[in-house]
Ligand binder design. Structure first.
Ligand code: 13P
Length: 340
C-alpha cells in the first residue's frame, strides 16, 4: 500500500513535464546568497523571499514539488496562511530537506560525509504530519588529487540508502542526491569516472537497504568539466556524457532523474537538460527532469535584492526559469526563449 502511494507521489512530482524547485537552502547558505546582494541576513528577509517564491503566479504549471527547509516549512505568508497550504493550493507538492549538512569525514582530509540519521525517524514523522510528501538528502563528493576515496563514497552512499529506507517507511518519497561537485580543474572524463563510481555504489547500497526503486527519485549532478578546467565541452557533449553515465548506472525501475544545477548558469542548465531530452528521449527508461535551486532562483533573487518594489519582476523571472526548464524537458527550449 505504501509502495503504491510512493510510486504515485514520485510520478506526480514530474508529471506534465514538471520538475522540482529546491528552496531548501539552510540558513547559513541562504544568508550567504543574501549577503552577496546586500540583503539583510534575517529571519524576516528569508520569510519574505520564500513568500515571493511560493506566491509566484502559475508556478504550479511547471513545478510539481518544492523542497522546503525546516525553518520554511513552519513559516506563513504575511497574511498568516502557512506556506504548505499555499503550495498545495497551487498544485505543488511540499517536500523537505532532512539532512543536517556535510561535515568533515574523520580520517579523510578534504572529504565530507552528510550527517542527520540520528533522530531522523521522528523528524520524518513530524514533517509528514506537517504535510510533506517527499524528502531530500544531499551527499557531497569532491574531486581532487587522489579524491574521492572509496571510504568517502561508501560512507555517503550508505547514509543515503539508510535515509531513503526510513523515508519510504514513513510514506515520504526519498530524493537521493549524491552531488559530485563542479569545483576544481578536473576534466569531463574525470567527472564521468567519479560519477559512475558514485552512482554504482549508491544503487548497490539502496539495494542492500531494501529501498524500492519505483518509489524514489535520483537527484544527480550532470557530467561536466570542473569549473576551472580550461577545456569546456559543448552542450551536446555534456548531454551525451551525462546520459551515457546514467544509462550505465541507474536502473530502469527508477521513475525519474531530477538534476541539481550545482553552480551552472541558469541558461546553461536549461540548454543541457534540453539537449539530453532532445537527443535521447526514445532511449530513456526514466523521466529526465530538474530539481534546481540556483538555476531557477538566482535571476529572481538578483532582481529582488530585498526590496518590495522588485517583487513582481522577481516573480516573473522565477516563473520564466521554471517554464524554460519545463520546455527543456520536452526538448523545446531554445536561446530564443531568453529574449522575452
Ligand atoms: P542547485 O541547483 O543550486 O545545485 O541546488 C540544488 C540542491 O538542492 C542542492 O542540494
Amino acid at each position: 500500500m505504501i509502495l503504491k502511494q510512493l510510486e504515485e507521489t514520485a510520478q506526480a512530482l514530474v508529471a506534465s513535464d514538471k520538475g522540482l524547485l529546491a528552496m531548501d537552502e539552510s540558513n547559513p547558505t541562504c544568508n550567504k546568497r543574501f549577503a552577496s546582494l546586500g540583503i539583510p541576513e534575517t529571519v524576516d528577509a528569508r520569510r519574505a523571499y520564500r513568500e515571493l517564491i511560493v506566491t509566484t503566479p502559475r508556478l504550479g504549471e511547471c513545478i510539481g514539488g518544492a523542497i522546503l527547509y525546516d525553518e520554511t516549512i513552519r513559516q506563513q505568508k504575511s497574511d498568516g496562511t502557512p506556506f504548505i497550504k499555499v503550495l498545495i493550493e497551487a498544485g505543488i507538492i511540499p517536500g523537505i530537506k532532512v539532512d543536517q549538512g556535510a561535515k568533515s569525514l574523520a580520517g579523510f582530509p578534504g572529504e565530507k560525509v552528510t550527517e542527520g540519521l540520528d533522530g531522523l525517524r521522528d523528524r520524518l514523522a513530524e514533517y509528514s504530519r506537517l504535510g510533506a510528501r517527499f524528502a531530500k538528502w544531499r551527499a557531497v563528493i569532491t574531486i581532487s588529487e587522489g579524491v574521492p576515496s572509496r571510504g568517502c563514497i561508501a560512507a555517503n552512499a550508505q547514509a543515503l540508502a539508510r535515509y531513503a529506507a526510513l523515508c519510504q517507511q514513513a510514506g515520504l518519497v526519498p530524493v537521493v542526491e549524491p552531488e559530485v561537485l563542479m569545483d576544481g580543474d578536473h576534466t569531463l572524463d574525470r567527472c564521468f569516472e567519479v560519477t559512475e563510481e558514485v552512482l554504482r555504489e549508491v544503487f548497490f547500497q539502496l539495494y542492500s537497504q531494501r529501498v524500492a526503486l519505483e518509489g524514489m527519485i535520483l537527484k544527480p549532478n550532470m557530467v561536466v568539466p570542473g569549473l576551472s578546467c580550461l577545456h569546456q565541452e559543448s552542450v551536446d557533449e555534456v548531454a551525451d556524457a551525462t546520459v551515457k553515465c546514467l544509462l550505465r548506472t541507474v536502473p530502469a525501475a527508477v521513475p525519474a532523474i531530477a538534476f541539481l544545477s550545482g553552480g551552472q548558469s541558469a541558461e546553461l542548465a536549461s540548454a543541457r537538460l534540453n539537449a539530453m531530452n532532445l537527443r535521447f528521449t526514445s532511449r530513456l527508461p526514466w523521466a529526465l527532469a530538474f530539481s534546481f535551486a540556483r538555476a531557477i532562483q538566482q535571476p529572481a533573487l538578483e532582481l529582488w535584492k530585498g526590496h518590495e518594489a522588485n517583487v513582481p519582476a522577481a516573480k516573473q523571472a522565477l516563473f520564466h526559469r521554471a517554464r524554460c526548464n519545463q520546455a527543456a524537458r520536452r526538448g523545446e527550449y531554445s536561446a530564443a526563449m531568453e529574449t522575452r
